[in-house]
Design a protein around this ligand. Structure first.
Ligand SMILES: *Cc1c(COP(=O)(O)O)cnc(C)c1O
Length: 450
């Protein structure tokens, strides 16, 4: 019989110090009630209110008390990850909104905020139009289907997160305008859609954060999928392991959630928890590690992904430590993304050339087991484009690129080349190398984002 005493002991040491914390969250209207912010000057708090009136803001007490090192503010990465900073709006946008807020006229504020939001590319080219499937000519809300084998599902109760990331590429979903949301209320629709598309093997349940949902609601979405032979993998995209690990440890329905994960495994499917991580500090609290252990004990696999971001993680040492720690905790590093062309992108973006140097330097610091993160990867309209390297071919300095995922399956794994450009931060800044007039995928599509 296997000796389980160690496993049990480990659980107890992890679980004991955490009396169940009650989830308490602050939004833009409650900025003045966040204790540690009172130590900052009035101007900083006002700047925060200006930015938070344009971009979504939401942070919970666990993040404030356990993840942010307030002695390191404003540089602390988790503070940058969750708290609005003045530089997140362009100066002319910031000044406009600040003036409107000082003026105090509600209609004027609303109009100014709407105008600035519109200028921030709220739906990186075509998110709402291009990938939304239709059945009998009718659009199905809450489903995105871009790559043959994987369908994205946005359950309507999962359209919020335990805290918001300042760089979120889906920020426009969270500003209370229902027209902008992509969500569904109907679980049955997804099943019918999948059955009509036999190539679908993976469901990616995403949001927001689907783990904001009560387990019984999540179960209502997942259980019908377990009956489908064609479904091999269920992925859940979530940042709960960072923002609210109590979800897996001490919430009322934490055990029920873990049972649901076991149920997926028992049905012969793979459950992949696609965990969003930006910094190794997110992995440090004992409760975060207890949550990881509990998820792994169900047979689910945690895979980690996240973007490379100025002000948060734009250096190789932090990535090497993040990946190495993940491997030690049984998490598989999966993707390193390029910050998308939306929202506060000008604050967070890193030139593709620099991103590749950071990626490469981080890879060189770890062993092969931690080198499973592909990237830097751009999720653009034609597919996921990876920067494989920078080199010189016949005297021309070029980016070597690869299509990791393609709107057209025939594009997958195709290498291609772009002229080197030190400033470029997105695919639409790149031009084909060797005097060619277009990239191979541009016969059909423009090179916008998603
Ligand atoms: C990344 C992504 C997927 C999943 O791609 P994998 O390479 O299989 O992880 C699916 N749909 C969309 C829209 C994506 O951006």
């Amino acid at each position: 019989m296997p000796d389980t005493s160690l496993a049990i002991a480990v659980h107890e040491t992890f679980a004991e110090p955490h009396s169940p914390r009650r989830f308490k969250v602050f939004t833009a209207r409650q900025i003045d009630r966040i204790g540690p912010l009172q130590e900052l000057d009035e101007e900083t708090r006002f700047a925060m209110k200006v930015v938070a009136s344009v971009l979504p803001f939401r942070v919970n007490e666990y993040v404030i008390e356990e993840l942010i090192d307030w002695s390191k503010v404003p540089e602390d990465p988790i503070y940058q990850l969750t708290f609005p900073q003045k530089g997140m709006l362009a100066p002319h946008h910031f000044d406009k909104v600040a003036a409107a807020l000082r003026g105090g006229d509600k209609a004027q504020i609303d109009a100014t905020v709407a105008e600035v939001r519109d200028a921030l590319n709220p739906h990186p080219a075509g998110q709402l139009e291009h990938n939304i499937p239709e059945v009998d000519g009718e659009k199905i809300d809450g489903i995105q289907h871009k790559y043959n084998e994987t369908v994205l599902f946005f359950p309507s109760q999962g359209q919020v997160c335990h805290s918001y990331c300042t760089f979120c590429f889906r920020w426009a979903q969270f500003i209370g305008d229902n027209d902008l949301k992509i969500a569904t209320k109907e679980a049955g629709q997804l099943k019918r859609y999948v059955q009509a598309h036999p190539k679908i093997t993976d469901i990616l349940i995403t949001g927001g954060d689907p783990l904001v949902m009560k387990t019984k609601n999540l179960r209502a979405h997942i259980e019908p999928l377990l009956e489908l032979q064609q479904i091999r993998t269920i992925r859940i995209g979530s940042k709960a392991l960072t923002f609210w690990p109590h979800r897996f440890v001490s919430d009322d329905d934490a055990d029920d959630l873990l049972d649901l994960f076991r149920q997926v495994a028992a049905a012969g499917k793979h459950l992949a928890l696609m965990a969003h991580y930006n910094h190794w500090k997110e992995l440090e609290p004992a409760i975060a590690r207890a949550a990881i252990q509990k998820v792994r004990d169900t047979g689910a696999q945690i895979r980690a992904q996240g973007p490379l971001l100025a002000h948060i993680n734009d250096n190789a040492d932090d990535w090497a430590r993040l990946w190495q720690t993940q491997v030690e905790l049984g998490i598989v590093p999966y993707y390193l993304f390029v910050e998308r062309d939306t929202g506060a992108r000008h604050y967070f973006e890193v030139p593709l050339a620099r991103a590749w140097h950071i990626y490469r330097d981080a890879m060189q610091q770890v062993s092969g087991l931690a080198r499973t993160a592909r990237g830097p990867s751009m999720s653009c309209h034609p597919g996921k484009v990876e920067i494989q390297g920078i080199t010189e071919i016949h005297g021309e300095k070029v980016f070597v690129l690869r299509m990791i995922q393609g709107r057209n399956p025939d594009w997958v794994q195709r290498p291609f080349f772009a002229r080197y450009d030190e400033q470029a931060t997105w695919l639409n800044h790149l031009r084909p190398a060797f005097g060619e007039s277009r990239f191979f995928f541009e016969q059909v599509l423009a090179a916008g984002s998603d």
